[in-house]
Design a protein around this ligand. Sequence first.
Ligand SMILES: [Zn+2]
Length: 482
Amino acid sequence: MYLYNSATHKKETFTTHTPGHVEMYTCGPTVYHYAHIGNLRSYIMEDVLEKFLRYEGWDVHRVMNITDVGHLASDADTGEDKMLKGAKREHKSVMEIAKFYTDAFFADCEKLNIKTPDVVEPATDCIGEYIKIVSGLIDKGYAYLAGGNVYFDTSKLGRYYIFNDHDEEDLAVGVREGVEEDTNKRNKNDFVLWFTKSKFEDQALKWDSPWGVGYPGWHIECTGISLKHNGEYLDIHCGGIDNAFPHHTNEIAQSEAYLGHPWCKQWFHVHHLNTNSGKMSKSKGEFLTVSLLEEKGYDPLAYRLFCLQSHYRKSLVFTWENLDNAQGTYQKLIRRVAALKDGGGAVDQEVVGQYKEKFIQQVGNDLNTSMGVTALYDVLKAKANDETKLAILRDFDQVLGLSLLEKAAALREKEAAQTASTGEGGFTITGEGDPAIDALVLQRAQAKKAKNFAEADRIRDELKAQGIEVTDTKDGAVWKRI
Ligand SMILES: [Zn+2]
């Protein structure tokens, strides 16, 4: 596959340290709140990347951290710990908050068909790793103690790597609005590896260390977890573009200084999801979560399709109108797949092979997911029998993760169940084909016919208590679950 590498700023052939094997690392969520759909865009695109690599035949080992300590409200090592902030807001302990929002994150992932990485490691489980690395960095002269904290000394590096998307001058900590300069730092880009002197007294999680009781900085966590599970050579590191600086920049600095050799070969950054008023964030505007989309009647997979329709290296603008379009497209797509009939005919393997080859070529060109979606329509229009089309769609969906065949089967079942069942006296009941409910609906109709309105109302209430809403139409009664 060809993939844009944000470390070299060009599209390259994807290669790995060990042929055929991929060590992949993803920056996971900071679990102090629900993930918003902008965060989830990154996880969707990283999921497609992992699935495509597997589809192409790579053996992928993917690791993700869960940030449950040390990520300060400002990336410049200042401000309050986001976890502690969440705990205060909800009057819970930090660990309760972490557990709750970790579960919520994976529930969202499941709804979006995002596979759980092979290894998921909470930051608080690897304190020993960080202490080992920070000690190593001090021994090698890359870190210093000041004001009780341990800092990484960026002046000791041959180069302090900055991704292309950022201008180093703009990042001078002291000039960033609202950021207080840390006077312990020897150089503006130095960062904290280990805190013992926190500006806030009530840091909930603290551990013993050679430098005093404290807690790790945010950046060291990804280096520690990746070295523990991916080994010394990382093939691809993924994250949102907002992590490029300072988080990934600092990961490179400390990892390469510690290891003494190049660390990660490829960097994969997913760009922002914007609203009309700018970058989506938790702090401004409507807080868009998967649950909110569901409440508004959207299928989370329509949002996944919305993300797949555009390239991961372009900002994507979210509006309700855009999501409506994606939902409409998704429903029509499912309807077309549902119309294909598996009559037990032979799958034409030659045609499958041709389409597969084209799909690998197109999606393999810097993860061009919109071409992957277009490929689905090419299959639907293909001159091939339905069995062959279904086989190709099933195959492509291993990468795209749109549950096409499952949703199509569910649609067919629903429609079959909704075909009207005719009760006594020609009274038509339309619902989900539940005989017990149909019987009650019929009883209600009979009560009404006999002008026993009290009984009819009683049955309506009984149905309502079961979560069933009945609507009378000129052709009979229609019921649905509410
Ligand atoms: Zn990270």
